[in-house]
Ligand binder design. Structure first.
Ligand code: 4AD
Ligand code: MG
Length: 462
């Protein structure tokens, strides 16, 4: 008999038919006449109840069905008389795929803390919470491709290994095949990277943007969606050492077009989750965050406030609020400042533009004032910065001057400058931190809980 996934079994048309279900046992309870098993197969947050009449099964058989064990059941799907479920399977045939020892199975009990589950990252996808988060994550990834593909953007794969350190977005992880105990050395004692795998030092990328610009200035509109790596020692609930980023880049776009795209994009993703992940979001709302669905609906309805960094600083200074980090024109905003603007002052998402050039990357379009650049950060409730982007400097001379001012080595940059040398065009783009979007949509509070296998300082176990 063909297996039915549990997500499909609640289809009313199946009542009265014979079904075959497979999954992992969540709980078993009952008495010597009848036993009830809650079975989950990962396809939905919902469990299907399996009813074992003890005249058909032996104690010996049922003893194997403990929390975490995996089974196959065939039987008739009937309407349920009990509370809490619409239908149940009356077991006729049982196969145990694998047992799970009651003494050692780590998820034996319900209600483990998220901290405990982080230590059990290899098994936590089997919990309700992580099942829900991972299904929402998957739906959001699909929504992202759908959004861009429907609008004629091309998916561009940019390299993960790079020999350029130009972006300056963060400290990099080095990639080498040299023997670290005995590397080849030059006469002055420095390591001889010409003997390394790529003939020069290489690292894991912090962003696909620079190569993304090569794509955009050829295909018109591209997006990347891949992992990026940052070796900062940031132990915060918003930072990972390995995270996924979506970076659209569009030729002939200015910063206004870029802001419109960012706003439409993020609302589309949130709406997609509301439309397609109802059961999981309701579960997460009930367990962790009573305001979750209302907040998501609010963001989709709201129009994002747009103001300049300078205006933002004025509001923060005039607020009279005591911040841990003081604010002054020229300093980078901390998440407490971003969240004040979004959660307390405007009470909706904010796009801040025109940041001081000294706290932003070299490639951003320089404003007439000589002090600011056409940067844009999208700030979100609960999260702070969710998107960072800009219109790019399209003028060869101005870009070159900035590269020289910042002492960025030309050997890293010649290929990038060629986009400005040959057929340069105005263009713009941004990067969305995928895990920050998943954080927002699931209402979880620690970024380590929205990626299956988090990488952060000191942690690469699973
Ligand atoms: O602001 P960032 O550093 O921008 C860039 O990398 C540009 N190249 C993007 C572009 O214009 N194409 O990073 C973009 C976003 C941030 O807004 C944040 O959401 C996320 O990536 N992010 C992180 N997420 C998790 N862990 C980290 N360590 C992150 N650093 C940035
Ligand atoms: Mg940023």
């Amino acid at each position: 008999m063909k297996r039915t996934k549990i997500v499909d079994i609640f289809n009313p048309g199946l009542i009265g038919t014979e079904v075959s279900v497979m999954g992992w046992v969540r709980t078993r309870r009952g008495n010597k006449h009848v036993q009830f098993v809650a079975l989950n197969d990962g396809s939905t947050i919902k469990n299907i109840q399996i009813v074992f009449e003890m005249e058909k099964f032996s104690d010996e058989e049922l003893k194997l069905i403990t929390t975490g064990s995996s089974i196959h059941v065939e039987g008739k799907l009937v309407e349920s008389m009990g509370k809490g479920q619409s239908c149940e399977v009356q077991a006729e045939k049982l196969t145990v795929f694998g047992t799970a020892d009651v003494e050692t199975y780590p998820l034996q009990k319900k209600g483990h803390t998220l901290e405990f589950l982080r230590e059990k990252a290899h098994l936590r996808p089997r919990t309700n919470t992580f099942g829900a988060v991972l299904r929402v994550r998957s739906a959001l990834a699909f929504a992202i491709h759908k959004f861009f593909q429907e609008r004629g953007f091309f998916y561009l794969n940019t390299p993960l290994i790079t020999a350029s350190d130009a972006e300056g977005a963060g400290a990099m992880f080095q990639v080498t095949t040299l023997d670290l105990n005995n590397p080849p050395r030059l006469e002055d004692g420095k390591v001889d990277f010409s003997a390394d795998f790529f003939g020069k030092p290489a690292s894991l990328t912090v962003s696909g943007q620079l190569e993304g610009e090569l794509g955009a200035t050829a295909l018109g509109a591209i997006y990347t969606f891949g992992p990026t790596f940052r070796a900062e020692n940031s132990n915060t609930p918003r930072h990972l050492s390995e995270f996924w980023m979506i970076e659209p880049e569009v030729a002939f776009y200015d910063i206004e077009d870029n802001m419109d795209l960012a706003e439409e994009f993020i609302k589309y993703c949130v709406q997609y989750a509301l439309d397609n992940c109802k059961d999981d979001l309701e579960f997460l709302q009930q367990m962790y965050d009573k305001e979750l669905i209302a907040r998501l609906e609010e963001v989709v309805k709201s129009s994002f406030v747009r103001l300049t960094y300078t205006e933002g600083i004025d509001i923060l200074k005039a607020s009279g609020k005591k911040f841990e980090f003081p604010v002054d024109w020229g300093t980078d905003l901390q998440s407490e400042h971003e969240r004040f603007l979004v959660e307390e002052h405007f009470k909706r998402p904010v796009i801040l533009t025109d940041y001081p050039k000294d706290i932003k990357a070299f490639y951003m379009k320089q404003n007439e004032d000589g002090k600011t650049v056409r940067a844009m950060d999208v700030l979100f409730p609960q999260i702070g910065e969710i998107i960072g982007g800009s219109e790019r400097e399209a003028d060869y001379q101005k870009l070159l001057a900035r590269i020289e001012e910042l002492h960025i080595p030309m050997k890293d940059m010649w290929w990038y400058l060629d986009t400005r040398k040959y057929g340069t065009v105005p263009h713009a783009g941004f990067g969305l931190g995928f895990e920050r979007l998943v954080l927002f949509v699931t209402g979880m509070t620690n970024i380590r809980d929205v990626i299956p296998f988090p990488r952060y300082p000191g942690n690469a176990e699973f």
